[in-house]
Design a protein around this ligand. Structure first.
Ligand code: URP
Ligand code: ZN
Ligand code: ZN
Length: 503
């Protein structure tokens, strides 16, 4: 569904192309949605749209690995739907999102997938893909995972270790899900928090009379995230399959990931904009509405060092790509938990501000180079989820998803100017220098001069093939480790009587 003026053809002049391995000054020509030429002094053909990018950077469109648009969750539905959510995305320089299909316990994965895809196809303003959560385990689930991988373009499945009595799976179920992921060449993803302990912690807080939003963090401290992260990695490594920890929110969890990586375990970690941009002390704010707006799981940590340390991990490459977990609820929805924090719908914004928050806290602090920024916000996600270099790179033949980034232009983030449906912004008042001035999706300008010009439903579903680069070398690692598992040859057991009688 394209507008007539959407030709997918554009010439960008005089910009600095930044990929994750190098940057250079060049013009870029996109034709019919695909990058056609990258060279200096491309002459514009007659009638072609030309944009000047002098003193600006040309970045591969951002990839948000983790959104929940119009998610039915905790008795309500997140307010950023696939239309508003992808509008907010492109306004911030993100041109590709991966959302999560979350079937209910007992529901067919295929049925849920079809439902999510319909919701998205009708509304998306940029390309997208779907992860699928596995919330129960059976032969049927196993068969449907295969269909999703082989016929529906899914190469990632998420397990929840939290949300007891709804999405949470047991360790044994997780073991079987991971084994199936390995057979199918799909990456296993995990929401890592010890759900049983969270459940007990919640009861304890309520018994103590702590009913406000601070009870959310107090009932699910860092240690429960670190413990579950460790457990997920150990289980995945026991079946020798790559595992991706979504929304790494604490120093303890990041340390665990780093320790296992040092030992050669194939684990990936995803920090999110919230954890890199703010701290969780807001949950102690005296204004209930303000405090509740920061409630998400795992909690944004109150330890003020956290965001800087997570950024250090990202810069070192010990955390991989930045998502958002964008899952927004307005004040009246959050108020479902006004007397009991366990009923506050979990989730915050991020999809619009992710790129600027990472630039501000990463590039402007001297922690990330331009190339590392591109890696963290786009290329690495494309590699892990096996759509690179179609996405995540500016090169001939790649999709024409390009952001014209002004590293010197500033803005102050606010709910009054953001493009979300939600009535709160967790980054309110933060000044960022480094913003997307123009966003191009498939060769069409969708954001420029502070104005959106998207076409609802014009985004495409991008299938992701299995056995991506995260599986490279996995077979050999498994083989070598299995060779160490040796049976000991022994004579058959004889009890003492048999032994004596044979003497
Ligand atoms: O609080 C969160 N994270 N809400 C969305 C669901 C999830 O756990 O990712
Ligand atoms: Zn989660
Ligand atoms: Zn999530």
């Amino acid at each position: 569904m394209l507008r007539v003026d959407q030709t997918g053809t554009i010439l960008i002049k005089n910009g600095t192309v930044v990929n994750d391995d190098r940057y250079f000054k060049s013009d870029v020509l996109v034709e019919n949605g695909i990058i056609k030429e990258i060279s200096k002094n491309i002459e514009p053909k007659e009638g072609i749209k030309v944009v000047d990018a002098t003193d600006k950077l040309l970045l591969p469109g951002g990839i948000d690995t983790h959104t929940h648009f119009q998610l039915p969750f905790m008795g309500t539905v997140s307010v950023d739907d696939f239309d508003i959510g992808t509008q907010a995305a492109v306004a911030g320089g993100t041109t590709f999102i991966i959302d999560f299909v979350i079937p209910t316990r007992g529901q067919s994965l295929l049925e849920a997938y079809d439902q999510w895809k319909k919701w998205a196809d009708e509304k998306v303003n940029c390309d997208y893909s779907l992860h699928v959560a596995i919330t129960w385990w059976s032969e049927q689930v196993s068969r449907e995972m295969e269909i999703l991988v082989k016929e529906r373009g899914v190469n990632s499945f998420k397990c929840f270790m939290a949300y007891k009595n709804s999405f949470m799976v047991t360790d044994q179920e997780m073991y079987h899900i991971f084994k199936r992921c390995k057979e199918l060449g799909a990456i296993a993803q995990v929401h890592a928090e010890n759900g049983d302990m969270v459940f007990e912690g919640q009861k304890k807080m309520l018994e103590m009379g702590i009913t406000g939003p601070e009870g959310h963090e107090l009932s699910r401290p860092e240690a429960l995230e670190a413990e579950a992260t460790n457990r997920a990695i150990v289980i995945a490594d026991s079946v020798c399959t790559p595992v991706y920890i979504v929304h790494v929110q604490s120093i303890g969890a990041a340390d665990v990931i780093c320790k296992h990586r040092k030992e050669g375990v194939r684990v990936y970690g995803e920090p999110i904009a919230a954890g890199l941009g703010v701290d969780g002390s807001h949950m102690w704010n005296h204004d209930w509405r303000h405090a509740a707006a920061f409630v998400m799981g795992p909690p944004i940590r109150p330890d003020p060092r956290t965001k800087g340390v997570l950024m250090d991990y990202l810069a070192r490459g010990d955390l991989d790509c930045v998502g958002t977990d964008n899952c927004t609820f307005c004040a009246d929805q959050k108020a479902m938990g006004k007397d009991d924090f366990t009923k506050i719908p979990n989730g915050v914004n991020g999809v619009e501000d992710r790129m600027s928050i990472v630039w501000e806290n990463g590039v402007n602090t001297g922690k990330l180079t331009w190339c590392q920024f591109v890696r963290a916000t786009s290329s690495e996600a494309a590699r892990i989820f096996n759509i690179y270099p179609r996405k995540g790179r500016i090169d001939v033949g790649c999709d024409g998803d390009i952001v014209i980034w002004d590293p010197n232009q500033s803005k102050t983030i606010s709910k009054d100017t953001h493009h979300h449906a939600v009535d709160f912004n967790i980054f309110e008042g933060i000044k960022v220098t480094g913003i997307a001035v123009t966003t191009i999706v498939a060769g069409n300008i969708v954001w420029s001069d502070n104005k959106l010009s998207c076409v609802k439903g014009s985004g495409r579903f991008v299938p992701r093939p299995p056995f991506g680069p995260v599986f490279d070398g996995i077979e050999q690692r498994d083989k070598v480790r299995n060779e160490l598992l040796r049976k000991v040859d022994r004579k058959p057991y004889e009890d003492d009587n048999t032994k004596n009688s044979s003497k």
